[in-house]
Each structure stands twice: as structure tokens, then as C-alpha cells.
Design a protein around this ligand. Structure first.
Ligand SMILES: [Zn+2]
Length: 74
């Protein structure tokens, strides 16, 4: 099993979108619990790390690595 990689400032996609219709969340706090903020309505939620890893679908944009995943998307 591969562990999900994510970092502070990353924009992630969850399995379930926020009720506001956006499915982009910014990681704003790392620790035992992860705090993510909806990029659209700025609502933030605190989720236990394990639960976050289960609910997170993928990292859309990495704050540190830039565009490492796919070349030439822009
Ligand atoms: Zn929202």
C-alpha cells in the first residue's frame, strides 16, 4: 500500500465535495489532525489524520513540488 503524500499548503481533492460545490481544499495545518480549508467559501474543517488519508482523493497542486505529476497541463 502506498501512503498518500501531502504537505502544508497543498491543494487536495476529497472523495466528497464540499456542499458549496467546490472540491478543492487547502491544507492549512498538519499534525495529529489535519485542518483543511475550502478554497471557495473558506470554510475549514479539522479531520483526524487517518480519516483525512481515507477521504482524500488526490493532491491537485503541491505547494512545494510544483508541477511534478503531469507535464504540460497548462
Ligand atoms: Zn466550500
Amino acid at each position: 500500500m502506498e501512503r498518500k503524500q501531502f504537505d502544508l499548503g497543498d491543494i487536495v481533492q476529497m472523495k466528497k465535495p464540499h456542499p458549496c460545490g467546490t472540491n478543492e481544499w487547502e491544507v492549512i495545518r498538519m499534525g495529529m489532525d489535519i485542518r483543511i480549508k475550502c478554497v471557495h467559501c473558506k470554510h475549514s474543517v479539522l479531520i483526524p489524520r487517518l480519516e483525512f488519508e481515507k477521504k482524500m482523493k488526490k493532491v491537485l497542486r503541491s505547494a512545494a513540488a510544483g508541477d511534478a505529476e503531469s507535464g504540460g497541463a497548462s
